[in-house]
Ligand binder design. Structure first.
Ligand code: ADP
Ligand code: ASP
Ligand code: MG
Length: 440
């Protein structure tokens, strides 16, 4: 008998009734032995995720605004006590919340605060299922530089082997300083993957509010096609570029062990979902493109200088300007006398952009340097694209017919990804145009 690990996202933990639905899913299959949960997410469009409320509490505590803190913490209390009422069982939420509030007010820190949504959600799921609660700090470990420690997998195997079944909170572990540390947002998907690898699961089921990984964001195109199967690499490219149904780092723990991931819908559990596997067996004659994803808010810094390509160390100098500021770049398209650096806007706030441009001017004395802000990157991904003549021609024709101006093109050497840079305002139109060309 195989072991399945189920991770339930925020939408599947949003209220008591959905939690009961999730619990039924676990109980419907004996192989579902380990359960990883997120903090309660949105119950309706204008609702606030518990994790966002916790970050807000942390900010209010940091700036000493005790009135605002009390108000926000009361909202968190209400979320969890309502869940307890809906489930109709004593789950010890009052005492647990009192303890959490005391710790936050005692200065436990921002990550501790943010992690409590998953902690409390896991306590609830463990009580509902009558299964042991195992804290993620017992095995998820981070290095000094914030990366996941390799010790995590052996520790996970060791700790979880003591429990035939367990519920584990997602999103956090123990930092090198011995304090709670979280992953980046959406990181519960990574926790699920760590648990799957720790117990050498036969399947990692990621339960969410959509019936699988769609060919593009369903908020942009109405009812896009569901991708029945995609490779780890395709998933990585698409999720990194904005398809946030699964965190882009969630494949790493399971990839080497070859554990497949299945995306499934808590609200339609019998739907087939999407399988993410080492090598997709999908027939590429069906579709050369697997999926399309886009991310907004990048800046391109373009540099022109005659004979740039024969000036030894030119690119190194340009990169040193961002390197010593701890800024990483997304893309670096280049020509004979031109190069562009595409950087996430986040890095360039509060005057940093101007500093970077000024330093580049001094260091490499370009003929011209210009900045284009508010760019979106749209990636068209698929193993079927490699060696398939005409794919890019179709893509660019579709964009030109839609009147979309392409400002930058980058094709990875794997030939499974064409990335175009367009104005933020054209992002959705660009995704729709490419989708219509390849899927309709
Ligand atoms: P969870 O609460 O389960 O973690 P998330 O909000 O993190 O859920 O991820 C699910 C959401 O991802 C969907 O509701 C959908 O709006 C969004 N999404 C973006 N791109 C895609 C895609 N290509 N396929 C499916 N869902 C997508
Ligand atoms: N609760 C966290 C977030 O909102 C982590 C997760 O849901 O995976 O980002
Ligand atoms: Mg998620």
């Amino acid at each position: 008998m195989g072991i399945k690990v189920c991770k339930f996202g925020g939408t599947s933990m949003a209220d008591g009734n959905v939690i009961l639905t999730a619990a039924k899913i676990v109980q419907a299959d004996k192989e579902r032995k380990y359960v990883v949960v997120s903090a309660p997410g949105k119950r309706f469009g204008a609702d606030i995720k518990v994790t966002d409320l916790l970050y807000q509490c942390s900010d209010e505590f940091e700036r000493g605004d005790t009135v605002a803190f009390a108000e926000t913490f009361a909202k968190i209390r209400a979320r969890f006590t309502n869940i307890e009422t809906e489930i109709g069982k004593q789950l010890g939420m009052k005492e647990a919340l009192d303890e959490v509030e005391k710790e936050i007010l005692g200065g436990a820190g921002r990550d501790y605060c943010a992690s409590r949504g998953e902690y409390l959600a896991a306590k609830i799921m463990s009580a509902v299922l009558g299964v042991a609660f195992v804290d993620a700090t017992e095995f998820v470990r981070f290095n000094e530089d914030g990366t996941l420690s390799d010790t995590t997998f052996d520790l996970a195997a060791q700790v979880l082997s003591a429990h035939e079944r367990a519920v584990i909170p997602g999103f956090y572990g123990l930092g090198a300083n011995g304090k709670v540390k979280t992953f980046s947002r959406g990181g519960g998907d990574i926790s699920g993957s760590i648990v799957a690898r720790g117990v050498m699961a036969s399947l990692y089921e990621n339960w969410t509010d959509v019936s699988g990984f769609y060919a593009c964001d369903p908020r942009i195109v109405n009812s896009p096609k569901c991708i029945p199967e995609l490779s780890y690499q395709e998933l990585r490219e698409l999720s990194y570029m904005g398809a946030n149904v699964l965190h882009s780092e969630a494949i790493f723990p399971v990839r080497n062990a070859g554990i497949p991931i299945r995306i499934c819908n808590t609200f339609r559990p019998t739907d087939a979902g999407t399988y993410i596997v080492k090598t997709s067996t999908r027939d590429i004659r069906d579709n050369v493109v697997t999926g399309i994803a886009g991310k907004k808010d990048f800046t391109a810094i373009s540099i022109e200088k005659s004979m740039m390509n024969s000036e030894v160390g030119f690119v190194g100098k340009v990169l040193s300007v961002i390197g010593h500021r701890g800024i990483s770049f997304e893309h670096l398209p280049s020509g004979i006398d031109t190069m562009s650096l595409v950087i996430d806007n986040e890095y360039l706030k509060n005057g940093v952009l101007q500093e970077v441009v000024d330093e580049m001017k001094t260091l490499v004395k370009p003929d011209k340097i210009y900045v284009h802000e508010n760019i979106s990157l749209v990636a068209t991904v698929g193993h079927g694209m490699a060696n398939n003549v005409g794919t890019s021609a179709r893509l660019f024709k579709a964009l030109s017919e839609a009147g979309i101006n392409v400002m930058m093109i980058d094709q990875g050497s794997s030939e499974m990804n064409i990335i175009v840079g367009v104005e933020n305002a054209d992002c959705a139109g660009c995704i729709s145009a490419i989708y219509n060309e390849f899927f309709n």
